[in-house]
Ligand binder design. Structure first.
Ligand code: HEC
Length: 436
């Protein structure tokens, strides 16, 4: 019963937000598009909502935006837009590239719509941000470009999920410093909803949907990944690339060509910090060893993983399938008495694969022997629109209609000395701020 309550509270939580901005805006002059709303849209929306991008409409000019005012009101009030599913009530809230709106910004948009969505003085509208052509390389000229086989997306049809494989042509181990996925051309970008790239053993085949070393995710509006200085991701020599794609039809047949661009450290060099990114804490029923999701209800599954070395956690990304709705990560520290801490919880929607990159000054530091506990919630009831058949028991598997429940965790190992030093440094920084 407890799990149901928690999930319900999460869903409701967004609807009953206190909105100080809305209250503040009452009595003063109504916000205008030119002065108040455009700056918010330009920061948090137009990277997806502009011509040629994946979102259904542009939100750049007043003329573009005006017809959508009601819908924008609803999507920002419920925090459905911009997509960002971290539960704001607990855990770390400071992430790199967080596009989400503050309560004040939401208040401004609500007050603006309620006042009839006035334009204000057009001359006050800020200049919209400029974007590099969406299919340009943001990582400079890549050292290696891997091109996946062309997928011909038909004019109409259901969403397409599957895998494409490509040779990488690397004999020896190399460390990746920057990586980017790029649908080639404007047309391809419209049909690629999202895509995940993995390095897999050369023998991997189509049936293997889950294995491999995660490299990078492509989702519209998302930037290339350029790892922090001194860090790199190990790409084992001889790997093949696997692209796990979600494509969708847009009314005309389109060839989806996707490339992966990679920069490396010079051959033979090892970075100071090796960046790991693994699927951890896969849900299992403790007695049966399988993921066990009863029909017709909301249920929770748990998985655990032990960190043998101290570490700095850099990234958290929940991974489930259609039934997944919510996930929490918790650390159980090897202290006496044992102490556990919920690090983050996040809502989950299979259409959005969000990864949450911790700001450097809050990235969790964990001592050797810490246990990660991942709790994944699944809604196998009829209330879940993504549910094909609520009368079915569901277990784990690679197909979209099977389930998974694990977290992608990105981290760097630390020696015990590095860990102590990092903790002390953070403590000192905190004391400095407290003194101010
Ligand atoms: C990461 C990309 C992305 C960002 C950022 C984003 N959107 Fe969206 N938006 C989408 C996509 C894709 C859809 C259509 C699918 C969906 O509704 O999930 C959409 C749908 C919408 C809709 C519903 C349109 C309809 O057909 O009813 C509204 C309204 C909206 N967005 C407003 C916003 C606003 C306002 C912001 C910024 C505060 C924003 N979005 C940020 C990608 C994005």
């Amino acid at each position: 019963m407890r799990t149901t309550t928690l999930v319900a509270a999460f869903v409701l939580g967004s609807a009953v937000l206190a909105l100080p901005g809305a209250a503040a805006a009452q009595g003063t002059e109504a916000p205008t598009f030119a002065n108040d709303v455009a700056p918010i849209l330009y920061r948090s929306c137009v990277n997806c909502h502009r011509p040629g991008e994946i979102a259904p409409m542009s939100l750049i000019s007043y003329r573009d935006v005006r017809p959508w005012a009601r819908s924008i009101r609803e999507k920002v009030e419920t925090r459905a837009m911009p997509p960002w599913h971290i539960d704001r009530r607990l855990g770390i809230q400071s992430f790199k590239n967080d596009p989400s709106l503050t309560d004040d910004e939401i208040g401004t948009i609500l007050a603006w719509v309620d006042a009839g969505a006035p334009q204000g003085n057009p001359a006050d509208t800020p200049v919209p941000p400029e974007f590099a052509p969406a299919d340009s390389w943001q990582i400079g000229d890549p050292d290696l470009v891997v091109r996946f086989p062309t997928y011909e997306v038909p004019a109409a049809g259901p969403d397409l999920f599957g895998n494409l494989f490509a040779e990488m042509g690397l004999e020896e181990d190399r460390y990746i410093t920057a990586i980017q996925t790029r649908p080639v051309g404007d047309k391809a970008r419209q049909v690629v909803h999202h895509a995940l790239s993995y390095a897999v053993e050369p023998s991997a085949d189509e049936a293997d949907m889950s294995g491999g070393l995660f490299l990078v995710e492509y989702a519209s509006g998302k930037l290339a990944e350029i790892y922090p200085p001194d860090s790199g991701l190990l790409l084992p020599g001889g790997s093949q690339a696997r692209l796990s794609y979600h494509l969708h039809s847009v009314g005309e047949p389109i060839d989806a060509d996707v490339e992966l661009g990679i920069n490396f450290l010079p051959a033979g060099e090892t970075p100071k910090f090796i960046r790991y990114s693994r699927q951890l804490g896969g849900s299992q029923n403790v007695t049966t060893g399988i993921l066990d999701i009863p029909a017709g209800e909301i249920s929770r599954s748990d998985g655990y993983a032990r960190f043998n070395n101290a570490a700095r956690i850099t990234m958290f990304q929940p991974h489930m399938h259609m039934l997944g709705i919510y996930q929490c990560i918790e650390f159980i520290y090897p202290t006496q008495p044992v102490r556990a801490e919920t690090v983050n919880c996040a809502g989950f929607d299979y259409n959005w694969h969000m990864n949450y990159n911790y700001e450097d000054d809050v990235a969790p530091l964990i001592p050797a022997g810490t246990i990660l506990h991942v709790s994944s919630w699944f809604d196998n009831s009829a209330a879940n629109r993504g549910n094909v058949d609520p009368s079915n028991w569901v277990g784990n598997g690679g197909r979209t209609i099977d389930e998974m429940g694990f977290a992608w965790i990105g981290w760097h190992d630390l020696t015990d000395e590095e860990y102590e030093a990092a903790v002390a440094e953070r403590q000192a920084a905190r004391e400095r701020t407290d003194d101010d």
